[in-house]
Design a protein around this ligand. Structure first.
Ligand code: GLN
Length: 425
């Protein structure tokens, strides 16, 4: 059997192939030379499997899709509060290159140019390494390969960067930029000229989807709180003055770039990237939007559809052992708030009969911090009621349960052994 996913993705781009609406971004002269017919789509699962179709080996400049990565980098380096002092998080409802500031004189958000030029200026200096080069190295680590700059696109944009320079001077005037605005704007333009393919983009996006851990290497590259901040801002501001339309129709945190790329990241699930250079009036890829709308609809990826929590946290419950003195709970799935609440509600029905309670966690796929805290609290209360607690926790994910309130719990490798040992109890 071959998974049908690549066929499905190929079908999606075929369906969009004949749409010729939109125009190339000609305000950057070099981008006007792009082949307008290019079309590519890639998807990475949260565990790092990448599927791609169409022109998936073609490199194009990352442009504004660099903004969330720069934002992530400075948040990670400086902390969220320090960055918030310089750049807000309010959707602007304005074009990406609007010459504007919020009422508090901060750029409204880091996804429009004024905010992105500011975040570029916040990159902590390293001796002899430019901000753009620091970002190229950071993005290369996320992409799992050495990314390069497109010097021709950079030169061409720098020569005609009147609007971004106006933004830079405005930011310098109000003290948001603290050094030479020309250097900072040039650095920002260079960060936009990093070359990527759709496969690079989804690999980079998979680190966001996976809460900051690179699913290919298992290495944590970003804090969870940083990723949450970046994705929130992508959701509310990533598509500029089309953000509301995007939220209702696609519902995936995303960022577009004027070379024709769109990157979408659905936390805990997938990252998706589309590439097609013709743009609509907001500067977003026409066919890219179509592709994202189709994927969101077909695969139920809209954030607000909120998958109902698995209502099966307790997969089975039975009594066994001598005089049915062991009350066994086998758990399955993800232990977050909703599931922990269900579990505690079920455990609440245990009679106060000093029986032994066995909880098998071996089939739990993920224990969220809140799930763990609630679970441990429940265990404490069961012990207070006079029960003994026996846990099957082969991966020792509740390791500190043993010392919780200084109570020794019995932890076993597997359920069968445990039941065998307690047969006579
Ligand atoms: N380098 C481009 C600019 O600043 C990026 C804009 C974009 O991709 N929306 O104009």
């Amino acid at each position: 059997m071959k998974t049908p996913l690549p066929d499905y993705l190929a079908h999606v781009i075929d369906a969009c192939d004949t749409d010729n609406r939109g125009n190339l971004a000609d305000y950057i002269p070099e981008l006007a030379n792009a082949n307008p017919n290019r079309l590519a789509l890639a998807l990475s699962t949260v565990d790092g499997e990448i599927y791609s179709v169409g022109d998936d080996e073609i490199e194009f400049t990352i442009q504004s899709m660099s903004k969330p990565f720069t934002y992530a980098y400075v948040l990670q380096q400086l902390g969220i509060d320090a960055v918030l002092e310089k750049v807000g998080v309010e959707p602007s409802g304005e074009a990406f290159n609007e010459i504007s500031l919020g009422k508090d004189r901060r750029p409204k958000n880091p996804m429009i140019n004024s905010g992105a030029i500011t975040t570029h200026s916040l990159i902590p200096p390293k001796e002899d390494v430019s901000g753009a080069e620091i970002l190229r190295q950071f993005m290369s680590e996320l992409a799992g390969r050495e990314l390069q700059f497109d010097d021709a696109v950079y030169e061409s944009e720098v020569k005609t960067a009147y609007r971004n320079l106006s933004i830079g001077y405005m930011l310098r005037t109000v003290g948001i930029l603290e050094s030479n605005p020309v250097d900072i704007v040039n650095g920002y333009i260079r960060q936009c000229a990093i070359l990527v393919t759709v496969k690079d983009l989804v690999r980079m996006g998979s680190v966001f989807a996976n809460g900051g851990v690179d699913p290919k290497t298992g290495k944590r590259l970003l804090n969870r709180a940083v990723v949450r901040q970046v994705l929130s801002v992508m959701m509310s501001c990533g598509m500029y003055d089309a953000a509301g339309d995007w939220l209702t129709t696609v519902g995936i945190p995303a960022k577009s770039g004027v070379a024709g790329g769109i990157l979408g990241v659905l936390p805990g699930q997938v990252s998706i990237a589309a590439f097609s250079p013709r743009l609509d009036e907001h500067g977003n890829s026409v066919r890219g939007i179509d592709i994202m709308e189709r994927l969101s609809r077909d695969m139920g990826l809209h954030l607000m559809e909120g998958t109902p929590s698995a209502q099966t946290i307790v997969q089975s419950h039975y009594r066994t052992g001598k005089d049915a003195s062991l009350s066994v709970y086998v758990l399955r799935g993800v232990l977050k708030f909703t599931e922990a609440e269900m579990l505690l509600r079920t455990l609440q029905c245990e009679p106060d009969d000093n029986s032994s309670i066995v909880i098998d966690l071996s089939q739990i796929s993920l224990i969220h911090d809140v799930g763990k805290r609630m679970f441990l609290e429940g265990i404490d209360r069961l012990i207070d009621d006079g029960h003994s607690l026996l846990l099957v926790d082969p991966e020792q994910r509740l390791d500190n349960a043993r010392t919780h309130k200084d109570r020794v719990l019995h932890v076993y490798q597997n359920l069968e052994d445990l039941i065998e040992k307690h047969k006579e109890l």
